[in-house]
Design a protein around this ligand. Structure first.
Ligand SMILES: [Zn+2]
Ligand SMILES: [Zn+2]
Length: 294
């Protein structure tokens, strides 16, 4: 790798805000493509920024939560460059009965005063939950949730509301052994006034290889963006910041809501580049036109 291929960030060292072993996928990619060493500071508690089991609420939206973690790790270590990642799971916009995952991996360079965000959206997730009334039903759910290669969380169903568990101490996380799952479910069923327990997939990266794969994809996207330099000042992270609607209708020529151009803007010098037709089409289908298809 030529020296000019190396990212011109403020430091060759980046600190990663995680306690869920995300360095196992992020560090090798940064070393290979950017020549940057990624380290995890001892004692960083990323759970205080929110948990998937909702026992601690997330701070702000997905991007704000990642940014808060990156800033906290910069403050804690006094380093210049930090990385943080945040995942979110929701119904697929096109197929609402399917789950979909979005991973963000964010880099803050305090020296350059820039923030670059990599993203991966994928329907490939085991994200699911179920309330069951028997050990057999629990094992059935476990199989569909890719257990035991993927971990599970069990909690008493009477203590679980949509906004999260009521008694935090009763959540059993990180279950990856079948005997342990059977034992916990049996015990909780026996103590449950409704004879039910609530199961969910453990979405923490170290217990979820599918999610680790998505984090690797988002990291790859981040690296591609870091490597894109501003044509004017050379600052890394020259990438799309907004989209302009107005793609003309192929029938009547009037502007539609579809994208006509992508705008790339440098965070350092403000240089702007307009990329026409970023989706590879120069006209919109008349079905997307308010004039032809009101
Ligand atoms: Zn620039
Ligand atoms: Zn039209």
């Amino acid at each position: 790798m030529a020296d000019s291929d190396l990212a011109s960030l403020s430091s060759r060292l980046a600190v990663l805000a995680t306690m869920h072993q995300k360095e196992t996928v992020i560090a090798p990619l940064f070393a290979q493509h950017l020549g940057i060493t990624v380290t995890v500071p001892a004692g960083f508690d990323s759970d205080r920024f929110g948990t998937f089991t909702r026992d601690i609420d997330r701070m702000g939206n997905q991007l704000e939560a990642a940014r808060a973690k990156a800033k906290a790790v910069l403050e804690m270590t006094g380093e210049q460059v930090a990385i943080a990642s945040e995942g979110a799971f929701f119904p697929d916009p096109m197929l609402p009965w399917m789950a979909c995952g979005r991973e963000l991996v964010l880099l803050i360079d305090q020296g350059l005063e820039i923030e670059i965000v990599g993203e991966a959206v994928s329907p490939e997730t085991n994200f699911s939950h179920k309330t069951v009334d028997s050990v057999d039903a629990a094992l059935q759910f476990a199989e569909t949730a890719k257990f035991p290669s993927h971990g599970l969380v069990v909690m008493p169903s009477q203590n679980c509301t949509d906004s999260g568990p009521i008694h935090h101490g009763l959540i059993c996380k990180g279950i990856v052994v079948q005997d342990e799952l059977i034992e916990i479910v049996t015990a909780m069923l026996a103590h449950s006034p409704t004879q039910t327990v609530h199961l969910e997939t453990d979405m923490r990266a170290m217990h979820n290889p599918t999610r680790m794969g998505a984090i690797a994809q988002a990291t790859q996207d981040l690296i591609t963006k870091i490597q894109q330099r501003c044509p004017q000042c050379g600052c890394p992270g020259f990438s799309e910041t907004e989209r302009q609607p107005g793609l003309p209708c192929s029938l009547c020529g009037l502007p539609t809501q579809l994208t006509k151009a992508a705008i790339h803007r440098c965070q350092q010098c403000g240089y702007v580049k307009t990329v026409p037709f970023p989706d590879g089409v120069q006209t919109a289908d008349p079905g997307q036109c308010w004039n032809c298809n009101p």
